[in-house]
Design a protein. Sequence first.
Length: 180
Amino acid sequence: MIETPRLVLRDWRDADRVPFSATLADPEVMRHLGPLQDRETVDIGIDRMIAHHVAHGFTFWAVERRDDSAFLGFCGLKRVDLTASPIAGEVEIGWRLRRDAWGAGFAREAAVASLEWGFDKGGLARIVAMTTIGNVRSWGLMERLGMTRRRELDFDHPGLAAADPLRPHIVYTIDRDAAA
């Protein structure tokens, strides 16, 4: 568990499934991330994050607000499983919060804590992040975190059709030395 002044990044609970399903059914949340997800797909994703934590000691953790224990979404670290990408096997930072949690600095607070955990406790030398070029909020946060755009690592998402506007992905990185 990771605690920040306003947040707790923690293991997933069964009680997170319904609110996370609502988040991933929000068209605005999913605009740059792909199709809306139904409850079954969300459950599979949560189960995958739990298994990743068991296997690696970290994951995209559930994020809750400390003052009222409200579930806000996820933030954390996971291994990139896109074998056809130049960042396959590296550790990425990612976040996804419900829309009413946007604009309050929660994603940045959780991301800073995740980066610190990755470098200090996880012993990582580099952490990557990826998004679509249109996801200005996401790559803007990457830049505010001190991450650097790495055009030579940009790639087309192998799971998306050639004509899909979400297929081109951009990559940012940060090294332990740069984060210190």
